[in-house]
Design a protein around this ligand. Sequence first.
Ligand SMILES: [Zn+2]
Length: 351
Amino acid sequence: MAQEGCATGQETGGGVPLGSVANRLAIMVSRTGMDPAKTESREAERVSDLWSEGCWLCGARELVLGDDQSEAALPSARSLKVSDSDYGRTLPLATCASCGLMFASRTLCAGIEQEYEAVVDEDYLSTTVPRRRQAKWLLDRALKSVPARGVLDVGAGMGVLVEEARARGLEAEGLEVCSSFRDASRQRAGVELEAGTCASLPWSDGAFDLVFLIDVLEHLRDPLGCVQECLRVLSPQGELIVVTPDVESLAARLMGRRWWHRRAGHINYFSRSTLSALADRAGGRVVGLRTSRWYFSVGYLAPRLARYLPFESVLGSMLRKLSPSWVVPFDLRDSMLARIRPSGTFSDRPR
Ligand SMILES: [Zn+2]
């Protein structure tokens, strides 16, 4: 594993053992006249408590902590926006020394579903056109391998994929936790989405031929439970389509902490191997893995892209003036698209 910032405690600029966090804090507090020994001990205890559960995916206890363990507050509905561009700001992260999964402390993530319920995000709601392009692209590919009739989009946002699937004559449903996104779906397209989280899907076993989890797993406190539920509602010949960022992609490694997927709402960072391990544990198997792609309007993309380039303001302004409504594909090959099929029969699957 060679993930930036958290791969091994020995690498320069990488993760740090617990003692180093406390040492750094001890230096800081000594300047303010506080008792460094007590503060160091309290901070070491706090950090240790954050990670006491070990790796949620493989159960290993040995973790390598990322070098910023100071962000202690749960992201708010404000920072959990889909359109959040405060890249690099995350909860404290750790990497499992056994399976390589990078993730945020579950202790700090408690209650994140309630925060998502309250998200209001006008910038996201203005991206219907590019989202439709992406939904078409995803459906085109999924329907090549599965002759679907029933389609479910879990984490359906403003309902664009459900709308697009229905336009193709499919029986499509969606689930969305955020109430303002459900309202937008109803008002914009007349698509009524189910309210709730994927902890318990309100559909019967085998109800769908295709289930989509597009940019969802990285946000969840319990991705394993979610994938299990998605596989439960999938027919035996059906497929679960998962899109999630790839923490081992070249872009992720080169950009390090500035990688655009490092953000407050992302609390799981999968690689090809950890995504496969997740599918296995949930009772499925990955039958296809490729990179996914995004579509953005130039007006949405330009200011975000320009942050990584010289002449930020000039370039951003030029691109926006050029044609802000143009929709362009955007593919840094840092997002995975996995096709997952159920293993065995319903009775064999983990519950
Ligand atoms: Zn692990």
